[in-house]
Design a protein around this ligand. Structure first.
Ligand code: ZN
Length: 159
Protein backbone atom coordinates (compact mmCIF):
# COMPACT_ATOMS: atom_id res chain seq x y z
CA UNK A 1 0.00 0.00 0.00
CA UNK A 2 1.74 3.17 -1.16
CA UNK A 3 -0.35 5.72 0.80
CA UNK A 4 -2.66 6.32 3.73
CA UNK A 5 -2.70 5.13 7.30
CA UNK A 6 -1.55 1.63 6.34
CA UNK A 7 1.34 2.81 4.19
CA UNK A 8 3.81 -0.05 3.77
CA UNK A 9 1.39 -2.86 4.58
CA UNK A 10 0.14 -5.32 2.00
CA UNK A 11 -3.49 -5.43 0.84
CA UNK A 12 -3.83 -8.85 2.52
CA UNK A 13 -2.62 -7.50 5.86
CA UNK A 14 -5.09 -4.63 5.67
CA UNK A 15 -8.09 -6.86 4.91
CA UNK A 16 -7.33 -8.83 8.08
CA UNK A 17 -6.28 -5.99 10.37
CA UNK A 18 -8.65 -3.16 9.43
CA UNK A 19 -11.63 -4.34 7.42
CA UNK A 20 -13.47 -1.03 7.68
CA UNK A 21 -10.55 0.67 5.98
CA UNK A 22 -10.23 -2.09 3.38
CA UNK A 23 -13.87 -1.70 2.51
CA UNK A 24 -13.46 2.04 2.09
CA UNK A 25 -10.44 1.44 -0.17
CA UNK A 26 -12.42 -1.01 -2.25
CA UNK A 27 -15.52 1.12 -2.63
CA UNK A 28 -14.56 4.75 -2.34
CA UNK A 29 -10.87 5.39 -2.77
CA UNK A 30 -9.59 6.58 -6.12
CA UNK A 31 -6.84 4.14 -7.01
CA UNK A 32 -5.09 4.83 -10.26
CA UNK A 33 -2.45 2.13 -10.07
CA UNK A 34 -3.85 -0.82 -11.99
CA UNK A 35 -1.93 -3.55 -10.21
CA UNK A 36 -3.07 -2.25 -6.81
CA UNK A 37 -6.70 -1.94 -7.93
CA UNK A 38 -6.62 -5.52 -9.26
CA UNK A 39 -5.10 -6.85 -6.06
CA UNK A 40 -7.78 -5.17 -3.96
CA UNK A 41 -10.46 -6.70 -6.20
CA UNK A 42 -8.92 -10.18 -5.94
CA UNK A 43 -8.70 -9.98 -2.15
CA UNK A 44 -12.26 -8.61 -1.95
CA UNK A 45 -13.57 -11.47 -4.10
CA UNK A 46 -11.70 -14.14 -2.15
CA UNK A 47 -12.73 -12.83 1.26
CA UNK A 48 -16.39 -12.76 0.28
CA UNK A 49 -16.60 -15.95 -1.81
CA UNK A 50 -14.24 -18.43 -0.16
CA UNK A 51 -15.25 -22.03 0.45
CA UNK A 52 -15.00 -22.70 4.18
CA UNK A 53 -12.37 -25.17 5.34
CA UNK A 54 -14.45 -25.70 8.48
CA UNK A 55 -17.53 -27.90 8.54
CA UNK A 56 -21.01 -27.10 9.78
CA UNK A 57 -21.04 -27.33 13.57
CA UNK A 58 -24.20 -29.39 13.83
CA UNK A 59 -23.06 -32.74 15.09
CA UNK A 60 -22.37 -35.29 12.32
CA UNK A 61 -22.84 -32.76 9.53
CA UNK A 62 -19.67 -32.52 7.47
CA UNK A 63 -20.83 -30.02 4.84
CA UNK A 64 -18.70 -26.87 4.55
CA UNK A 65 -20.09 -24.02 6.61
CA UNK A 66 -21.77 -21.26 4.60
CA UNK A 67 -23.65 -19.34 7.27
CA UNK A 68 -22.80 -17.83 10.61
CA UNK A 69 -25.10 -17.08 13.49
CA UNK A 70 -24.44 -13.57 14.78
CA UNK A 71 -25.52 -12.79 18.32
CA UNK A 72 -26.85 -9.29 18.95
CA UNK A 73 -27.01 -7.49 22.22
CA UNK A 74 -28.64 -4.19 21.33
CA UNK A 75 -28.37 -2.78 24.86
CA UNK A 76 -24.61 -3.34 24.95
CA UNK A 77 -24.20 -2.40 21.27
CA UNK A 78 -22.42 -5.73 20.82
CA UNK A 79 -22.41 -8.05 17.84
CA UNK A 80 -20.38 -11.26 17.77
CA UNK A 81 -20.10 -14.98 17.22
CA UNK A 82 -17.77 -17.91 17.79
CA UNK A 83 -16.52 -21.03 16.05
CA UNK A 84 -19.46 -23.06 17.47
CA UNK A 85 -21.97 -21.11 15.41
CA UNK A 86 -21.20 -21.82 11.77
CA UNK A 87 -23.60 -23.88 9.66
CA UNK A 88 -24.10 -25.26 6.17
CA UNK A 89 -27.80 -24.37 6.07
CA UNK A 90 -30.74 -22.81 7.83
CA UNK A 91 -31.99 -26.35 8.62
CA UNK A 92 -28.84 -27.25 10.54
CA UNK A 93 -29.02 -23.98 12.47
CA UNK A 94 -32.65 -24.70 13.35
CA UNK A 95 -31.71 -28.14 14.63
CA UNK A 96 -28.79 -27.03 16.77
CA UNK A 97 -29.74 -27.86 20.38
CA UNK A 98 -27.04 -25.57 21.76
CA UNK A 99 -29.04 -22.52 20.66
CA UNK A 100 -32.44 -22.41 22.30
CA UNK A 101 -33.84 -19.22 23.77
CA UNK A 102 -31.01 -17.22 22.23
CA UNK A 103 -32.39 -17.88 18.75
CA UNK A 104 -34.37 -14.68 18.87
CA UNK A 105 -31.20 -12.68 19.46
CA UNK A 106 -29.29 -14.43 16.69
CA UNK A 107 -29.37 -13.70 13.00
CA UNK A 108 -28.13 -16.15 10.40
CA UNK A 109 -25.91 -14.42 7.88
CA UNK A 110 -23.58 -15.36 5.01
CA UNK A 111 -20.13 -16.53 6.07
CA UNK A 112 -18.09 -13.83 4.35
CA UNK A 113 -16.03 -10.84 5.41
CA UNK A 114 -18.76 -8.29 4.60
CA UNK A 115 -20.85 -9.82 7.39
CA UNK A 116 -18.19 -8.66 9.88
CA UNK A 117 -18.78 -4.94 9.31
CA UNK A 118 -20.03 -3.65 12.64
CA UNK A 119 -20.46 -0.36 14.40
CA UNK A 120 -17.35 -0.92 16.50
CA UNK A 121 -13.89 -1.82 15.32
CA UNK A 122 -13.63 -4.36 18.14
CA UNK A 123 -16.67 -6.34 16.96
CA UNK A 124 -15.53 -6.14 13.32
CA UNK A 125 -12.04 -7.39 14.16
CA UNK A 126 -13.30 -10.30 16.29
CA UNK A 127 -15.58 -11.46 13.48
CA UNK A 128 -12.82 -11.09 10.88
CA UNK A 129 -10.63 -13.32 13.06
CA UNK A 130 -13.37 -15.95 13.09
CA UNK A 131 -13.93 -15.75 9.33
CA UNK A 132 -10.18 -15.84 8.60
CA UNK A 133 -10.06 -19.10 10.55
CA UNK A 134 -12.94 -20.61 8.53
CA UNK A 135 -11.12 -19.45 5.38
CA UNK A 136 -8.11 -21.51 6.49
CA UNK A 137 -5.61 -18.75 7.31
CA UNK A 138 -3.10 -20.02 9.88
CA UNK A 139 -2.56 -17.98 13.01
CA UNK A 140 1.18 -18.29 13.48
CA UNK A 141 3.16 -16.73 10.65
CA UNK A 142 1.08 -14.15 8.84
CA UNK A 143 3.89 -12.66 6.82
CA UNK A 144 3.21 -10.67 3.65
CA UNK A 145 4.53 -13.61 1.64
CA UNK A 146 2.37 -16.19 3.39
CA UNK A 147 -0.77 -14.09 2.99
CA UNK A 148 -0.13 -13.22 -0.65
CA UNK A 149 0.36 -16.89 -1.47
CA UNK A 150 -2.71 -17.83 0.57
CA UNK A 151 -5.02 -15.43 -1.27
CA UNK A 152 -3.60 -16.53 -4.63
CA UNK A 153 -4.53 -20.13 -3.93
CA UNK A 154 -7.62 -20.07 -1.71
CA UNK A 155 -10.61 -22.01 -3.01
CA UNK A 156 -13.53 -19.78 -3.96
CA UNK A 157 -16.96 -20.22 -5.43
CA UNK A 158 -16.92 -19.88 -9.22
CA UNK A 159 -17.43 -16.35 -10.51
ZN1 ZN B 1 -25.03 -28.79 8.30
Amino acid sequence: MPFGKHNGKSVEQIVLQDYNYFNWLNREAKIYKNSLRQRIELVDYASNNFISTQPCQLQDCQEPAQLVSIYHNWDMNYRGSSHHFIYCSQECFNQDPSITDDKRKASLEPLRFLTALSSTKYDTNKLIELFAWTMGIKDGRRTKEYLEDFFNNVKTKPR
